[in-house]
Write a protein that binds this ligand. Sequence first.
Ligand code: PMP
Length: 415
Amino acid sequence: MSTLVSVAPAGFNVERIREDFPVLKQTIHGKPLVYLDSAATAQKPHQVVEAIRRFHEVDCANIHRGVHELSQRSTAAYEETRVKARRFINAKKNAEVIFVRGATEAINLVASSWGRKFVKEGDEIIVSALEHHSNIVPWQILCEEKGVKLRVIPMNERGELILEEYEKLLNPRTRMVAVAHVSNALGTINPVREMIAMAHRAGALALIDGAQAAPHMKVDVQALDTDFYAFSGHKVCGPTGVGILYGKSKLLNAMPPYQGGGDMIRTVSFEKTTYNELPYKFEAGTPNIAGGIGLGAALDYVNGIGLDKISAYEHELLVYGTEAISQIPGLRIIGTAREKAAVLSFVIEGIHPHDIGTVLDRQGIAVRTGHHCAQPVMDWFHVPATTRASLAFYNTPAELDALAAGLRKVKEVFA
Ligand code: PMP
């Protein structure tokens, strides 16, 4: 453990960071909480909780419509998050940063709005074998409606996408390639920059589902040259119910609105309605204002630590945790990509993941068990479910020791 602590990046003090997360200080069933489910949702530092509380107690008003002081304050705070989100992913313009409910809504927005206008029967859309359901089903709905073919990039036994096969799938009928930056079920980091370039060479667009990447690595949408990028606030230490869709303004401008209502219009009459400019064209109705403000505080918080330091520390945790759980007899790690984020998905011979999760919970250890909204991944590995420990920068090597000890206990219980 001491080796690991010594390789933590300079200026990275996990004990100091943990002080910001009141939730981590509790006991569960009499044991200290070990939270290893950050891929499902990350915990929130008190700075985020405070920003949301402050909004409700001091600045609460609807945005964009009021001349009064409170409305101006809440509008300014909400719009400030757009600027922070733009910088967070290095988008060129604020107009390219759309507030949504989360990654799921971002992908649905593109599939629905862009898909409605720009795909036709006979076209093809490519996804990959390791996608979360939210980057499969919206495209399937579109495919069914439009008579479009969904094609799937296969992966190898490590859980890495096979780029030679991807190359073969691309053709002049391909309209969109939609892939995860990081797999939630396996941890695989996909070579999205290369994959986007390949899509573009074939004349297709690319959408990257960044739900599991944005919390763990620096994202630069301009360097990636991606057409769309989606992420959820709650996985970046922000609140639930808010997320970001990035889209190139040229594309967003050409797309029809996703939902109609207040704020997304310029003028309305019964004869003709005209739409607002970007980004508001895609933001109908009163949004999650408190959530947006909380997201701004979360992005500040994560930036304050530094994504480079977060990535480096989490990688060390991954290496440490992999080693620790690999010692458990009968345990098989599902997802062993060479480029991998801090996700440990595994099965133990003869013991159902739900039983593993339940025994771990009795020891205060929170992991996820199930198909992780990635049933095709489970099918590929011929397992009904896995147990997943997903790590964040506030986890410690001692917690991974606790996980390994917890798994030994599981083995004893089910011996
Ligand atoms: N994509 C991936 C890779 C995810 O892990 C998740 C969340 N588990 C989503 C999309 C959907 O995110 P949300 O539920 O926040 O919309």
